[in-house]
Design a protein around this ligand. Structure first.
Ligand code: KG4
Ligand code: ZN
Length: 340
């Protein structure tokens, strides 16, 4: 497929894989006509993480209003749409079911084509919704770093991905969230650690950088790091934890690992650019370190497109739609759906 837009499309996209209920209307895979996100973060804060059943119930409550708002903001009627796209995996099964059933109902009721999309492909395609979209030339390397994923993908064309490596245990965002909880920071831990690190010394504690040698290729591991932070907090006075220093030192270890593997892969595969996607791509230290270490353009979506949203699902759906892909009404959710 050429990177040029070869057909005019208007796609309603729905995303409910975790704790954001989202709907968007995307034109030609690059233009956001609406992007509505109802976040449940406050609802899960008291559990210190996403509570799957609570997430699914909340999606049911708000999905209709979210879709309606996306259509109204885009000034669209259902007849104006070419396709209904929806995240079918990976994600929480109960959450995914709400979005997929909503999409199926709309596709059936409005007689529109249906397309199930991989959530990770959505994150990767979020870069096409940025002003830099025109400059993108394949191959590109994308580091997808979120609460559920830490994966390196080589992308040689739209829809063509090679999985180069990924986390062997915790995702980077999961490690941020767990360490945030250890340090008594609010949920989600990622933004809180990012903020606390500004006031901290990243060299105050020397935490491990796991699986750095070449035997591990482009894989990552963060569970040992999380345990190291736990041990360190146990050695310190609980009421006098140097939270900012611990946060900055933990963040430095995560960032160093992510950057080292990405730089190596970028060299090995001769890519034209490095893309960051997913919630952890919002991290300022990561953005900065990657820009400094990679001698290539480093592109990162704006914050609202880093964390979960439906616009990215619409961007991914565009290329599949113009390539003739469609799903039948028996489309099922796939909580562990692989991308490549
Ligand atoms: O992509 P996303 O919204 O959801 C998943 O698909 O998982 O990512 C959410 C994750 C959370 O773990 C959150 O702590 C992390 O992204 N995150 C950050 C930052 N903002 C969000 N991690 C580090 N620094 C940030 N500024
Ligand atoms: Zn995500």
């Amino acid at each position: 497929m050429s990177k040029q837009v070869v057909a005019f499309t208007r796609i309603l996209a729905i995303e409910t894989s975790c704790d954001e209920t989202a709907a968007a209307v995307i034109e030609n895979g690059v233009r956001i006509l609406s992007n509505v996100i109802a976040s449940q973060t406050d609802l899960h804060a008291k559990y210190g993480g996403v509570f799957p059943e609570v997430a699914a119930r909340k999606h049911i409550e708000v999905i209709y209003a979210v879709v309606q708002q996306a259509m109204q903001t885009a000034h669209m009627g259902f007849d104006d749409l070419d396709c209904i796209a929806v995240t079918r995996g990976p994600g929480l099964v109960g959450s995914l079911l709400v979005g997929v059933n909503m999409a199926k109902g709309l596709a059936l009721g409005r007689n529109k084509p249906l397309l199930g999309i991989n959530h990770i492909e959505g994150h990767i395609c979020s870069l096409w919704l940025t002003p830099a979209a025109d400059e993108i030339e394949f191959p590109v390397l994308t580091l997808v770093v979120s609460g559920g994923h830490t994966e390196l993908y080589l992308m040689t064309d739209h829809g063509r991905y090679t999985h180069l490596g990924g986390t062997l245990d915790d995702a980077a965002g999961e490690a941020f969230d767990k360490v945030g909880r250890l340090l008594g920071l609010p949920f989600p831990g990622g933004p809180a650690i990012d903020k606390a690190s500004e006031q901290g010394n990243p060299q105050a504690f020397r935490f491990p950088r796991a699986v750095m040698d070449s035997d591990y290729g482009y894989d990552f591991s963060f569970s040992g790091l999380k345990t190291a932070v736990l041990r360190q907090t146990q050695r310190l006075q609980p009421h006098r934890l140097p939270v900012n220093d611990l946060a900055a030192s933990f963040q430095a270890a995560v960032v160093e690992t992510l950057v080292a593997k990405t730089v190596q892969a970028a060299r090995d595969y001769g890519v034209t650019a490095v893309h960051l996607a997913g919630g952890v791509a919002a991290n300022r230290a990561l953005r900065q370190a990657m820009q400094t270490a990679v001698q290539l353009p480093v592109r990162v979506p704006p914050l609202v497109l880093c964390t979960d949203n439906a616009a990215m699902i619409g961007a991914a759906a565009h290329w599949r739609f113009i390539n003739g892909q469609r799903d039948a009404l028996d489309l099922d959710v796939a909580p562990n759906l692989p991308l490549a």
